[in-house]
Design a protein around this ligand. Structure first.
Ligand SMILES: [Zn+2]
Ligand SMILES: [Zn+2]
Length: 217
């Protein structure tokens, strides 16, 4: 069955109109696999921390699937709703503010994972990794001692304050807050080009470092 056939089949299934649309997980069979293979529609399982198809007959068996892509497929199949979109303040999930780039499955955030499509969107359009909204010309990054930019994206000062002390990835020894414009950054070794209207695919997230030739960084 192709992906298109799988989507068509899923959308042809009857929908219980009385069920609350905000809690799709509650009407999901708890024994069913959370994530499904694009090739065979069988369940994906975790092999250490990689998602893989567990059907040995499947041509994609053993090939790692990025969690955010598997989650997008859950949404495409109508099994889940998208993670909270851009906005501030952030909605609380499990008592903590949800960062825009964090994938969410059935209301449960994957704190240690990144939605590469959303991260790439933030990179290409100069948007904030925490709230997902456009950044002003000057924004903040967290830089390591060697100039590497943590999370390869920028954020608002207010969003940095929200995340500081809550997000382990944005807190830590050796990290410093740097005021930057896009001109102060290199993406994969080249000057960062911002295109507010760009569309992210998630296929290519770039690595950001502070531009070594910019004063003040
Ligand atoms: Zn498969
Ligand atoms: Zn923000």
């Amino acid at each position: 069955m192709t992906h298109e056939e799988a989507v068509a089949r899923a959308s042809a299934e009857p929908v219980d109109e009385s069920a609350p649309t905000t809690a799709p997980a509650s009407r999901e069979d708890v024994r069913a696999p959370l994530f499904r293979c694009e090739r065979c529609d069988g369940g994906l399982g975790f092999d250490l921390d990689a998602l893989v198809c567990t059907d040995p007959e499947c041509p994609a068996a053993g090939t790692g699937v990025e969690l955010w892509r598997a989650q997008e497929r859950r949404v495409d199949l109508g099994l889940d709703v998208p993670a909270p979109g851009p906005g501030f303040p952030r909605p609380l999930l499990r008592g903590l503010p949800h960062p825009y780039v964090t994938p969410v499955t059935a209301g449960r955030p994957w704190w240690s994972r990144v939605d590469a499509r959303r991260l790439q969107h933030c990179q290409l359009t100069w948007s904030c990794q925490v709230c997902g909204l456009p950044l002003p010309t000057r924004a903040k990054v967290l830089a390591e001692g060697n100039g590497d930019v943590r999370n390869d994206s920028a954020l608002h000062g207010r969003c940095l304050r929200v995340a500081a002390g809550r997000c382990p990835n944005l807190t830590g020894a050796g990290l410093r807050v740097v005021d930057v414009t896009a001109d102060d950054l290199l993406a994969d070794g080249r000057p960062l080009v911002v295109d507010r209207g760009a569309t992210a695919t998630g296929d290519r997230v770039s690595s950001w470092v502070l531009h070594p030739a910019r004063p003040g960084t």
